[in-house]
Unconditional design. Sequence first.
Length: 220
Amino acid sequence: MIKLRQVSKIYENNIIALDDISLEFREGELIILKGVSGSGKSTILSLIAGLLKPTSGDILVDKKHISKLPDHFCSQYRRDNIGFIFQKYNLIPTLSVQDNISLPLVPLNLDEKELHDKLESVMNMFTIAHKKESMVKNLSGGEQQRTAIARANVNNPKIILADEPTANLDEKLSREFIRILKKLKSANKTIIVATHDPLFFDLDFVDRIVEIHNGKIVCS
């Protein structure tokens, strides 16, 4: 489903984020990208999401060459396929929960009923409906995380990317997030989590752990 073929990513000042890596992710898998900060995990997620383009190599999703898409089509590809859960949530603090969750739906010009139904469904799924009118800035860390997860899933994407999703959570909330991941996997989502949180390394529903060090795959 997702293939990275001899992908390298070099930033300014000749900083090598990824060095000739090849990876494959199958539909319905939950994969952990393991490595310390700066190892290249987040770069892999950004490349799969079409937020970055590789310096060399190719990225295919469902046999489509994502790395060669113009920016406009990358945005459409993300809207239709990707749910991204960011480390710092990337919510707009002065908007309500439901307004933040609805942002990915704006380009679809849905009628009022369809928009309401989608929002209610996803807010109930991730137990944040009781806070739908609350400003994000007034939420706890766990509530912000559930809002971010609901936003990532409001378009029912087939691919979920999570970048250090428990970095700002305590252990109790981290375990709650893991329970949500299990629910998403049971819905046959393809899930890729970049993390160095040891809570993820012994989960019985994880299909593979891919270890990355200095932009290279050391174990997969």
